[in-house]
Ligand binder design. Structure first.
Ligand SMILES: NC(=O)c1ccc[n+]([C@@H]2O[C@H](COP(=O)([O-])OP(=O)(O)OC[C@H]3O[C@@H](n4cnc5c(N)ncnc54)[C@H](O)[C@@H]3O)[C@@H](O)[C@H]2O)c1
Length: 439
């Protein structure tokens, strides 16, 4: 466990600034959602911090507090939003453009949304081929760009009288990159920034600026970003919590719900074919093969880890797993995902499962952004630093401490999250053994 059982947690007093990199579909759906909930226009559906509970003690004890009453979380009224984007549109204009939420609702939220104007982005088209924008910073090198961000972060905190900040990457997926020698430690990382080295994409410049400013960081896209030794050293040195990568929504969410069920009944898998159509800007960016490669890697690893072909070769050795994303503008944010799952049962008899998920990407992602902002802030106030594996629940490709494999099974992830909360509050962990059977 990262901290002592029942450790002291600093209170969530004052304002929490949520700094979003990217003010697109996900970010605006998140901000507009929080404003709508604050006005009593909607319920926070899909958010564990707002609607979830945690069972404590024996089942007969009947102690099931709401998570937000059990641990001290920032209140929605205390959130302040800031963002960077390569387009100068306010959150109102960006939300209207994204087309996720209905005009009628957005009109009611016009005032708070119009106030949020994005700061100039650190952007370089070589890392996101399909985008060009004008709201972009200039600087002599990457370290200088990071310094501009650091100044802006301090300014934002002062002007908005924030007590604490968190930063979440909800900007476009960058091209596929592997860890490079310059990422190995902070010294070579900073030198590479001075040298404008190509192994330092914009997302790393934001993460560096956040960590230098004492701000915990979550990565909602599959980019490497903080998942390199230099950034982890910086996070540990600064005592900061980080987590990532890639919000778990849509097809991968379904995969991590269904695959553990198949495995629990020892049903075999011949293949899993996933394809989907998506028409938002994210879909357009992912239409570029180099950005798609980053996403594909993130989506593919899930089944291997859940099904453990090494442990169950008769059931899962050599299954095929194919993932396709097709950019199809008419659908906008309303993705349609099809899965064809070829399974086998008793005596090897074959069966098929077909899923047609008419999902709304940003509707699934927005509550994740809220929960991550609140839990990351909780981790920070508790003194938990480094990778927050208990937040794997929210990610397609969870970051882990070096040498560990990621846990993808959503039920194990949820148990780990809730047990972490129990541990923080000095309660017994629930393993579904001990207490109710043997006590
Ligand atoms: N919607 C989901 O369900 C979901 C799930 C997992 C991951 N994601 C990831 O979250 C991210 C956001 O998704 P979205 O649907 O909001 O996409 P979007 O295209 O609507 O928004 C992304 C925004 O980021 C901006 N941007 C790009 N590079 C930037 C930079 N360097 N600095 C500042 N802004 C920058 C773009 O201009 C755009 O407005 C994407 O990377 C996506 O892959 C989304």
């Amino acid at each position: 466990m990262p901290v002592q059982k029942g450790a002291e947690i600093a209170p969530a007093k004052g304002k929490l600034g949520v700094l979003l990199v990217g003010l697109g579909a996900v970010s605006t759906t998140f901000i507009a959602g929080v404003e709508a909930i604050k006005k009593g226009l909607a319920e926070p559906i899909g958010s564990l911090t707002q609607m979830g509970t945690v069972r404590l003690g024996r089942r007969t004890d009947n102690r099931v507090p709401a998570i937000k009453d059990f641990v001290p979380l920032a209140k929605l009224e205390d959130l302040v939003f800031g963002a960077w984007d390569i387009f100068p549109d306010s959150a109102f204009e960006a939300a209207t453009h994204a087309g996720v939420l209905e005009k009628e609702l957005l009109t009611k939220l016009r005032k708070p949304l119009q106030k949020i104007k994005p700061m100039k982005a650190v952007f370089d088209q070589s890392y996101v081929k399909r985008l060009t924008g004008t709201n972009v910073k200039k600087g002599k090198n990457k370290l200088q760009l990071a310094r501009q961000l650091i100044d802006e972060i301090a300014d934002f905190k002062r002007k908005n009288r924030c007590d604490r900040l968190v930063m979440i990457w909800a900007a476009s997926t960058e091209i596929f990159m592997k860890p490079h020698a310059v990422h190995r430690d902070l010294k070579s990382f900073e030198q590479a920034m001075r040298d404008n080295h190509k192994a330092i994409p914009p997302s790393m410049i934001y993460a560096y600026a956040a960590l230098k400013s004492g701000v915990p960081f979550a990565n909602g896209a599959p980019n490497l970003t903080v998942d390199v030794p230099a950034m982890m050293d910086l996070a540990n040195q600064q005592g900061l919590a980080v987590c990532g990568k890639d919000f778990k929504t849509g097809q991968t969410l379904m995969k991590t719900i269904i695959a553990p069920g198949l495995k629990s009944r020892m049903l075999g898998l011949d293949g899993w074919y996933s394809t989907n159509i998506l028409g938002n800007r994210d879909g357009e960016v992912l239409d570029d093969p180099e950005s798609f490669k980053t996403k594909e890697e993130s989506k593919l690893s899930v089944l291997e880890y859940i099904l453990q072909p090494d442990v169950y070769p008769q059931l899962y050795k050599d299954f095929s797993h194919v993932v396709r994303i097709n950019y199809y503008p008419p659908r906008g944010d309303n993705k349609e995902g099809w899965d064809n799952i070829d399974i086998f049962g008793w005596l090897g008899y074959k069966m098929q499962i077909k899923i047609d998920f008419l999902c709304r990407d940003s509707i699934l992602a927005a509550p994740i952004v809220l929960d991550l902002a609140l839990f990351l802030d909780l981790a920070q106030r508790t003194g938990m630093k480094g990778v927050q594996e208990w937040l794997s629940f929210y990610f397609k490709s969870p970051m882990t401490a070096p040498g560990l494999y990621p846990e993808h099974d959503i039920f194990i992830q949820l148990m780990k999250l809730k047990n972490t909360l129990r541990h923080l509050r000095g309660e017994d962990l629930i393993t579904h053994l001990g207490l109710e059977y043997y006590d």
